[in-house]
Design a protein around this ligand. Structure first.
Ligand code: IMP
Length: 182
């Protein structure tokens, strides 16, 4: 045997609840951006890819899609140190003067979103808002505005619906909790 053992995922938020919430978020976003013709959804790779796919297909407001990828040094628990967020893949087209909606999988300490909000705000978008699937309020280290939120969850490691643990479990339909060995 090589590598860590697979912890068994336990369902936390069902696919049906996720789908219902994504419908609600899309409806809110449609209202907010009614009449806007230059909305850009920026998905944060990799974890947001399923959420972004579902959300964007439920929107009726016209929009384009961009992707951005960030990483952090070291630690499997993502952002070990506040300054450690790195841009590893930038968006392809400029967002100057466009309405930008950042689509993130999870807000944990908040450092990743804070970094991305600073980065994108500096590029002169007409507006910049953030949509996150889940947030862990107990883990917050920096205050970040989240304009559209799927669910607040406790301080647990979640997988599924795009979220991973060591690159595993991204394709589980439910959001599940895993308890990795320390
Ligand atoms: P933050 O910078 O601490 O807010 O970390 C955000 C990033 O950490 C997310 O984009 C995820 O990549 C990762 N992350 C934090 N918590 C979890 C989790 O419970 N499951 C999967 N990834 C997580």
């Amino acid at each position: 045997m090589t590598g860590p053992a697979n912890p068994a995922p336990e369902p936390l938020i069902s696919a049906a609840r996720i789908a219902a919430r994504v419908d609600e978020l899309a409806a809110e976003i449609d209202v907010q951006y009614a009449g806007v013709d230059d909305l850009v959804l920026i998905g944060v790779l990799k974890g947001s890819f399923i959420f972004l796919a579902d959300l964007s297909r439920r929107l009726t407001v016209p929009h384009r899609i961009e992707f951005i990828a960030v990483s952090s040094y070291g630690d499997a628990e993502s952002t070990a140190h506040p300054g450690d967020v790195r841009l590893i893949m930038d968006i392809r087209h400029r967002v100057y003067g466009s309405h930008v909606l950042l689509v993130e999988d999870i807000v944990d300490t908040g450092h990743t979103i804070a970094y991305l909000q600073r980065l994108l705000a500096a590029r002169g978008p007409a507006s910049l808002r953030t949509c996150a699937l889940v947030r862990k309020p107990e883990r917050a280290e920096v205050e970040v505005p989240v304009d559209y939120l799927g669910f607040d969850i406790p301080d647990v490691w979640v997988v599924g619906y795009g979220l991973d643990w060591a690159e595993r479990y991204r394709t589980l339909p439910d959001i599940c909790v895993v308890h990795p060995e320390p």
